[in-house]
Design a protein around this ligand. Structure first.
Ligand SMILES: Nc1ncnc2c1ncn2[C@@H]1O[C@H](COP(=O)(O)OP(=O)(O)OP(=O)(O)O)[C@@H](O)[C@H]1O
Ligand SMILES: [Mg+2]
Length: 356
């Protein structure tokens, strides 16, 4: 390992038109030591493949920091799905980040996948009506304030996502993610998957050419992900990877000297504060969609604070939505409303709430 291991993820701060490529690492051979770039206008998806403790989460954090530094919040919207130990949570401090969803928040995860699915459909129809097959061309033809932002979905421990969601809800979660992988790249919806050798499976491996392979504990796995055994490294350090496109070696940059997860997260949080200030002028409509967490329990008084009274026949019974708002039946038009569910699910309480 050499000094590049601790290179900072330094990118040009945004000012004027955002640079399209962000640096998130360096090739490890001195002869070709140019920054490794992720060019959102050209790139589709990115796979980061490695065994446990190979530096997968760190690669996602570095990439997010680099994207945040290089682009405005109106140009890049990030979303995270954390199926591991919470390493991605700190991404939420970036103003570019709409939401980081934990795998246990299944309802919120469903909303995130739905949102991105709706965005995908919308973009496909925009491209269709404009008769433009190429998103980069469309972006160039749009005025700056109307440009479709790049959406970047970062998934940590994809092997856990695959295991838990391949059958959950009839596989609809995995299916929605697969749709983004199949069709998203062409319309500026990029998926960055960090996972183990499950990414070598034919369902996922064909969705991108762009892969960084970190340490794999079983040497045989290198060939299954497209690295010939003679190019397979022996026991590489964390963050050291091989790009499958040209088999070049790369060292993923870290954020500051202290390599512990907590210290790396702190640097990212500080960057988030700095960028929040820098991006303060971006209007809400150009920012990523926030997906509020649905509370497990909410007091009536707290719910009332989110309520805009619309008359006595519009009782408040619940809260919901991506930005939490009050919900309830509209009894002005149709005077009936059904509260249904099996025993002990809260039917009587719903009626009491409506009555109040
Ligand atoms: N790019 C890097 N350069 C140097 N060291 C790194 C790099 N990335 C990670 N490390 C070291 O490896 C450790 C593990 O990194 P990280 O948590 O990103 O790995 P992981 O593959 O996500 O692990 P897990 O299987 O636990 O999810 C870090 O705490 C850090 O010490
Ligand atoms: Mg991890």
């Amino acid at each position: 390992m050499d000094g590049t291991a601790r290179a900072e993820a330094h990118c040009q701060p945004c000012g004027g038109p955002a640079p399209r490529r962000v640096r998130h690492g360096r090739p490890a051979r001195p002869a070709d030591r140019a920054p490794l770039k992720f060019d959102l206008d050209r790139a589709g998806h990115l796979h980061i493949i490695g065994s446990p403790r190979s530096g997968r989460s760190q690669t996602l954090r570095t990439l997010a920091a680099a994207l945040g530094q290089a682009h405005g919040t109106d140009n890049v919207h990030m979303y995270g799905i954390d199926c591991g130990n919470g390493a991605l949570h700190v991404l939420a401090s970036l103003p570019h980040c709409g939401a980081v969803v934990d795998r246990n928040q299944t309802e919120r995860l469903g909303r995130l996948l739905d949102r991105l699915g709706v965005e995908l459909t919308l973009r496909q129809s925009i491209l269709g009506t404009r008769g433009t097959a190429d998103r980069a061309e469309l972006r160039r033809s749009q005025p700056l304030h109307e440009r479709l932002a790049h959406n970047v979905l970062l998934v940590d421990r994809f092997e856990v996502f695959e295991r838990e969601f391949s059958s959950y809800d009839n596989g609809s979660y995995l299916e929605r993610l697969l749709r983004l992988l199949r069709d998203g790249a062409g319309v500026g919806i990029h998926v960055v998957l960090a996972g183990d050798r499950v990414l070598a499976s034919s369902r996922f491996s064909g969705t991108t050419e762009d892969k960084i392979v970190l340490r794999l504990n079983d040497r045989q796995d290198y060939s299954t992900v497209g690295i010939p055994s003679k190019s397979a490294p022996s026991d590489p350090a964390p963050g050291r990877g091989i790009r499958t496109q040209d088999l070049s070696e790369t060292q993923v940059a870290v954020l500051g000297e202290d390599l512990s997860g907590t210290a790396q997260a702190e640097v990212l949080a500080a960057l988030g504060r700095e960028l929040t200030e820098r991006e303060a002028a971006v209007p809400a409509a150009r920012r990523p969609i926030a997906l509020d967490v649905l509370p497990d329990r909410i007091a009536y008084t707290d719910a009332l604070a989110l309520h805009t009274p619309a008359g006595p026949m519009r009782p408040l019974v619940a809260v919901g939505g991506d930005t939490l708002t009050s919900l309830g039946p509209d009894l002005t038009g149709v005077p009936t409303f059904v509260v249904a569910g099996p025993p002990r699910t809260g039917r009587s309480t719903t009626l009491l709430t409506a009555a109040e």
